[in-house]
Ligand binder design. Structure first.
Ligand code: PLP
Length: 284
C-alpha cells in the first residue's frame, strides 16, 4: 500500500516518523477521512475545508493547497485500485528537538501523512438488523468541532461500547444528545429528522450535511435543534452517520429496543437516497 509522507510517495510499511513528532507526543495535529466511491473522492472540497478549519484553529499553516491535496488523494486512490476506499490525511506540528508543549521556536516543518485503505462501510447484514449502541456521558473537551488526532477520550468512550459488543457509543452531555464517538447522531420522531445543532461540542459531519440536504430536497422534514436524552430513548428511529458508516440505523440502545427494535422505514428511504446520490455524483 502506498503512503504519502512529507512530499514523497513510498510503501506504507516503509514510512517512518520521529518519536519526537508532536503528533506522537501530544496528539498535536489534524486529520481527515475521505470516502472514495468508484475511485472518486466524495465531497472532497468539504473534507478539505474542514481540514483547513481544524488547522487554522490549531494555528498550523496548511502545508498543501486544495489542488495539491486533491493530487495526493488521487495518486493514492489510483495506486490502491479498489473501487471504494477511505483516504486518511494527517498533519502534525512536526518533530521538535525538545519536548515542550509550547509551539517549537523556531518552527519546524509539519509532518504530512496520507494513505488509502479499504472503506469499512456497514455490511448488508448490519444494515438489515441495525447497529447497537451504549450511551455514555461525554467527557471530551470543549472543541469537539475540531478533527484533531487527540482522540484518547473518543478511544475510551468507543471502547465502552466495543467491550459490550455494540456498534457505537452515543454521547450525552447535560441531558442532551451530542454525537457518537466517531459519528453524528440523528433521531426520527413522527417522521421528522431531529438533528443536534453544530456547535463546539460536536464535529460538523460531512455525512450529516449530506443527509440533511437530501432530506430537504426530498420533502422529509428536519429540525436542527437540541435533542434531549428522553427523545433519544423514545425515538421512532435513531441513526448514526459518518463517512464510513454512511447512514446506519441503531435498533438497540443500552439494551432497550429503539421503537420495535427493527430499522425504521425512513432509514431505508434515506439509505436509498444516499446511495442514489453517491452514484449520481460519481457519474458526473
Ligand atoms: N463525529 C465524530 C466524533 C467523528 O469522528 C466523525 C467521523 O469520523 C463524525 C462525527 C462524522 O463525520 P463525517 O460524516 O464527516 O465522516
Amino acid at each position: 500500500m502506498l503512503a504519502y509522507l512529507n512530499g514523497n510517495y513510498l510503501p506504507l510499511d516503509e514510512a517512518r516518523i520521529s518519536p519526537m513528532d508532536r503528533g506522537f507526543l501530544f496528539g498535536d495535529g489534524a486529520y481527515e477521512v475521505i470516502p472514495v466511491y468508484s475511485r472518486r473522492p466524495f465531497r472532497l472540497q468539504q473534507h478539505l475545508e474542514r481540514l483547513e478549519r481544524t488547522l487554522a484553529a490549531l494555528q498550523l499553516a496548511n502545508p498543501l493547497s486544495k489542488e495539491q491535496w486533491a493530487e495526493v488523494v488521487q495518486r493514492l486512490v489510483d495506486d490502491h485500485g479498489s473501487e471504494d476506499q477511505g483516504v486518511y490525511l494527517q498533519v502534525t506540528r512536526g518533530a521538535a528537538p525538545v519536548r515542550d508543549q509550547a509551539f517549537p521556536r523556531p518552527a519546524v516543518p509539519p509532518t504530512v501523512f496520507a494513505y488509502a485503505d479499504r472503506l469499512p462501510t456497514p455490511s448488508a447484514e448490519l444494515l438489515a438488523t441495525g447497529g447497537t449502541a451504549l450511551t455514555a456521558e461525554d467527557f471530551r473537551w470543549l472543541r469537539c468541532d475540531l478533527k484533531t488526532v487527540s482522540l484518547v477520550a473518543n478511544v475510551l468512550l468507543r471502547q465502552l461500547s466495543a467491550a459490550a459488543g455494540c456498534t457505537e457509543t452515543i454521547l450525552l452531555r447535560d441531558g442532551l444528545v451530542m454525537e457518537g464517538s466517531a459519528s453524528n447522531v440523528l433521531v426520527v420522531q413522527d417522521g421528522v429528522i431531529l438533528a443536534p445543532p453544530k456547535s463546539n461540542l460536536i464535529l460538523p459531519g460531512v455525512t450529516y450535511d449530506v443527509v440533511l440536504e437530501l432530506a430537504t430536497a426530498n420533502g422529509i422534514p428536519t429540525q436542527v435543534r437540541p435533542v434531549a436524552e428522553a427523545e433519544l430513548r423514545s425515538a421512532d428511529e435513531v441513526w448514526v452517520t459518518s463517512s464510513t458508516k454512511e447512514v446506519l440505523p441503531i435498533t438497540r440502545i443500552d439494551d432497550a429496543p429503539v421503537a420495535d427494535g427493527r430499522p425504521g422505514p425512513l432509514a431505508a428511504r434515506m439509505n436509498a437516497l444516499y446511495q442514489d446520490f453517491k452514484n449520481q455524483v460519481m457519474r458526473r
